[in-house]
Design a protein around this ligand. Structure first.
Ligand SMILES: NC(=O)c1ccc[n+]([C@@H]2O[C@H](COP(=O)([O-])OP(=O)(O)OC[C@H]3O[C@@H](n4cnc5c(N)ncnc54)[C@H](OP(=O)(O)O)[C@@H]3O)[C@@H](O)[C@H]2O)c1
Length: 320
């Protein structure tokens, strides 16, 4: 089969497409023909080995898995002896942020990990784009209790996380103000936000409104700069560690001081996120944002684009 491979950590140029053996299927696994995966920011971290802490899980000096990939949408071609909840020909999708070797034409996947039947009538591309960003957004929002009418600022609504987050927050009834670039104002408005700040023209940290929550979905701000935006007991969450790796420490210290707090989510329970996003799709209140689709042979280009931090929503790698 054709697969994306790499033998060392490094920039997108370390990736190539090669013919390798199809993976073996174990008793508790299903064998999948992959139709689409995304290239996402988690993949960028896994391929580059940065931040360095990731290497504790991925392999210290070189990656343990030569095939990258963290999500998939595809069709089951075979099921292991111990599998009862999936059948041949089922259309399935799934995500694993520690790497599930999905950037290949075929993969094996344990059914006890995050895998589910795809929403009815959804394309493989749209299904796979409903996973990574939505999972992180769901976990960030679950770190706090968002109630209808509460005010939330989302910085970076055009990322995979941000574009999912504004839809989830709108679903919970929050009043969302979001930042985005000039070219995406119409798109972001169509996803339900109440007010937009064009980050190319205005600094959102100077806004005069007070918010219950500030979610920085692109990790470009700091608690220090956003503190003035928060109500007395407001909460700040960022998708990044912060320029001085301060966010995890602030999450430990600020609750002891009282008042405005930082929280730092460690996203878990991927199946719960998938079930939630499936429910939203069934209710027609979630649609993934897709930027570009690349062919398998263009994988290095796809990674270059995604690692640049300029994508809008999700980037698809098509296996068809
Ligand atoms: N904590 C976690 O578990 C976790 C997991 C995955 C990802 N992440 C991190 O989360 C961040 C977001 O990832 P993502 O995939 O959702 O999106 P992304 O690829 O980082 O988002 C790109 C989008 O953000 C916009 N953007 C860039 N700078 C901005 C700024 N200063 N203000 C507002 N918008 C800005 C870009 O707009 P332009 O086109 O104008 O540049 C682009 O549309 C990344 O830093 C990633 O490393 C964290």
């Amino acid at each position: 089969m054709k697969a994306v491979i790499r033998r060392k950590y490094g920039p997108p140029e370390t990736l190539s497409v090669a013919e390798i053996e199809k993976p073996m299927m174990k008793e508790d696994e299903v064998f999948i023909k992959v139709h689409a995966t995304t290239v996402n920011r988690t993949d960028c971290a896994i391929v580059t080995g940065k931040p360095f802490i990731m290497r504790l899980f991925l392999g210290l000096f070189k990656p343990r898995q030569i095939v990258p990939g963290t999500d998939f949408a595809g069709q089951i071609l075979a099921v292991g002896k111990g599998v009862t909840n999936f059948r041949i020909n089922d259309r399935v999708f799934g995500f694993g942020d520690d790497g599930i070797q999905s950037q290949a034409q075929f993969m094996s996947h344990p059914v006890k990990k995050a895998i589910a039947h795809m929403p009815n009538k959804m394309s493989y591309e749209h299904a796979v784009a409903s996973l990574e960003g939505a999972h992180y957004a769901f976990n960030f929002i679950n770190k706090v209790n968002v109630a209808p009418g509460q005010k939330v600022m989302v910085n970076g609504a055009t990322g995979a996380i941000g574009s999912a987050m504004i839809q989830l927050l709108t679903y919970y009834g929050a009043r969302v103000t979001a930042t985005c670039n000039t070219k995406n104002v119409t798109l972001i408005k169509s996803l339900g936000v109440a007010r937009i700040i064009d980050y190319k023209k205005e600094d959102f940290t100077k806004d005069s409104e007070k918010y219950d929550f500030v979610f920085d979905a692109v990790g470009k701000s700091t608690f220090g700069k956003c503190k003035r935006l928060l109500k007395k007991r407001g909460v700040y969450i960022s998708s990044e560690l912060g320029p001085w790796v301060q966010n995890p420490f602030l999450a430990l210290i600020t609750p002891l001081i009282g008042g405005k707090k930082v929280k730092f989510p460690l996203p878990t329970n991927i199946m719960r996120s998938i079930e939630f996003v499936k429910k939203m799709i069934a209710e027609d209140v979630f649609r993934p944002v897709i930027d570009k689709t690349y062919a398998l042979d263009e994988v290095a280009e796809a990674y270059k684009y995604v690692c640049s931090g300029n994508k809008t929503g999700n980037v698809i790698l098509s296996m068809s």
